[in-house]
Design a protein around this ligand. Structure first.
Ligand SMILES: *[C@@H]1O[C@H](CO)[C@@H](O)[C@H](O)[C@H]1NC(C)=O
Ligand SMILES: *[C@@H]1O[C@H](CO)[C@@H](O)[C@H](O)[C@H]1NC(C)=O
Ligand SMILES: *[C@@H]1O[C@H](CO)[C@@H](O)[C@H](O)[C@H]1NC(C)=O
Ligand SMILES: *[C@@H]1O[C@H](CO)[C@@H](O)[C@H](O)[C@H]1NC(C)=O
Ligand SMILES: *[C@@H]1O[C@H](CO)[C@@H](O)[C@H](O)[C@H]1NC(C)=O
Ligand SMILES: *[C@@H]1O[C@H](CO)[C@@H](O)[C@H](O)[C@H]1NC(C)=O
Length: 434
């Protein structure tokens, strides 16, 4: 009896809870079954809308738990959150930016032949619980060729001990919009005022540590007229920014085509969520963020953000490559974020180059050309060979972006003879997942 009681109490010690519609599975994962059959891209977008991804599975216990969770109502197979860009598990990457599937995977040997992944649920050739790669069939119309139900995952969060509650509770943090903070009061402030007001209520302007957090914040402003909000970035030395709440600058989402300088940062909450430097005296709405305190005994406020254990592993994302220079020319795989440039940049381009550019499964690629002074020819195509952009014949181009419809693109560049007086200095582009 005592033993049973202990088991029942155990969960409340951690106070882990899930957002509405999600179930806490195995005391560690917040999962939601979506029965509507969708193509892979639509499934990812559905999960993204609540700050999540398709389910990620890092060990055999979780695999069994996800299998059990999905094994209801005659489901045949479900999409899971891993994308493969080659034929080995080391080229398969988790949606949540936690790295590759080398440490754990459940692919039958030699079965990695396509970019999207499903878990087999029904008994088909005894493959229950195994992972099967499939074409993503991302194009509108094509998605109906392989629709499947799927499981979404969001990070578990905690219940605040205070009954004051937390309306926007995500990944162990509470977010409050300036509009809600002061009742009907002033929703806008200068960068300095915004920071002070957040501090007055025991919060900070937000530090942002992942693409998932960017998406969560964008969704808070979906359907509003708010275009930009102050976030907690503060200019440090040189071009570096720091987070006002003292957490590490472990994720960067600066707009590569914003050349304005300033000591404060705003986030574009109606666009892709990119961050731009602004003068701190400008007035914007803002967002406050605080760690959820679950224990009423005053604990020292740590400056580390314990809600993001995944961040460190994000550094593993880049595959070892035999790079010749900073251009990434002919790299076998370039997983965003990263950059590409003509070989020899900023000197005259001296080589034909191709780049295999990829984003994690839930995202698209933003290719931001921040420098172009070349006679060369550059093409971008998606995985189905569709042209996303052809650039040649214009020596000087003002900075411009190109967005891919999916997460896979091939870029090719070929130097061409000079046809004008300008010196050929090649091109440079920043690649982000959006
Ligand atoms: C997690 O799930 C597995 C498989 O369903 C189960 O065997 C295990 O007991 C679960 N662990 C917890 C803590 O619930
Ligand atoms: C490797 O994967 C590609 C698709 O990414 C597939 O066309 C090819 O057949 C696979 N090769 C092997 C040896 O499995
Ligand atoms: C905003 O909300 C609408 C309606 O709920 C939804 O259809 C749309 O996809 C959302 N936009 C984004 C960027 O999430
Ligand atoms: C957005 O602005 C328009 C025009 O100013 C207004 O009619 C609308 O009510 C506003 N919507 C919200 C959600 O505030
Ligand atoms: C890149 O590959 C192309 C063709 O595959 C080759 O012609 C070119 O020399 C390579 N460039 C570099 C810098 O290795
Ligand atoms: C880009 O596409 C155009 C038109 O198809 C072609 O003429 C050109 O050679 C291509 N350039 C590269 C670098 O692939």
């Amino acid at each position: 009896m005592m033993f049973l009681l202990f088991l029942l109490l155990l969960p409340s010690v951690f106070c882990l809870i899930c957002p509405e519609g999600y179930f806490l599975v195995n005391e560690s994962k917040c999962l939601k079954m979506v029965w509507t059959k969708m193509g892979h891209r639509d499934a990812e977008d559905t999960c993204k809308a609540s700050g999540g991804t398709l389910v990620t599975i890092k060990n055999a216990i979780d695999n069994q738990a996800v299998y059990n969770f999905a094994n209801q109502g005659g489901v045949d197979a479900i999409w899971i959150g891993i994308s493969c860009f080659g034929n080995t598990s080391s080229s398969c990457f988790w949606d949540d930016a936690s790295g590759s599937a080398v440490a754990y995977n459940n692919f039958p040997a030699g079965s990695i032949v396509a970019p999207c992944t499903a878990m087999q649920i029904s008994n088909f050739q005894s493959l229950q619980g195994k992972w099967i790669t499939r074409d993503c069939y991302d194009y509108p119309g094509m998605s109906m060729l392989s629709p499947m139900p799927f499981v979404c995952e969001v990070p578990p969060t905690e219940k605040p001990w205070s009954m004051a509650g937390c309306v926007n509770n995500y990944n162990r943090n509470c977010y409050v919009k300036s509009k809600d903070l002061m009742g009907t009061g002033n929703a806008v402030g200068t960068g300095t005022n915004a920071d002070q007001t957040c501090k007055l209520v025991g919060r900070n302007l937000p530090s942002i540590h992942s693409k998932m957090e960017v998406d969560y914040i964008r969704n808070l402003y979906n359907g509003t007229n708010t275009t930009h909000v102050y976030i907690g970035g503060q200019a440090g030395t040189g071009d570096r920014f720091n987070w006002l709440d003292g957490t590490a600058w472990d994720f960067n989402y600066m707009d590569p085509l914003n050349f304005q300088k300033g000591n404060c940062l705003v986030m574009d909450v109606q666009g892709d969520g990119l961050w731009s430097q602004v003068d701190c005296s400008q007035k914007f709405e803002y967002l406050c963020k605080s760690l959820i305190i679950t224990d009423p005994t005053p604990a020292p406020l740590t400056t580390k953000n314990p809600g993001n254990p995944k961040i460190d592993s994000a550094k593993e994302l880049k595959l070892p490559e035999n790079l010749l220079d900073a251009s990434n020319c002919n790299s076998t795989l370039l997983l965003a974020p990263g950059s590409i440039s003509s070989f020899g940049y900023p000197s005259a381009p001296s080589s034909y180059c191709t780049w295999q550019v990829r984003a994690l499964g839930p995202y698209r690629l933003g290719i931001y050309f921040d420098f172009w002074a070349t006679y060369g020819s550059l093409n971008i195509s998606d995985q189905y060979g569709n042209n996303i952009g052809s650039f040649s014949g214009t020596y000087n181009r003002t900075p411009f972006p190109r967005y891919t419809p999916f997460n896979i693109a091939t870029v090719t560049f070929e130097p061409r003879p000079k046809t004008g007086s300008g010196e050929d200095r090649g091109f440079h582009a920043v690649v982000l997942m959006i």
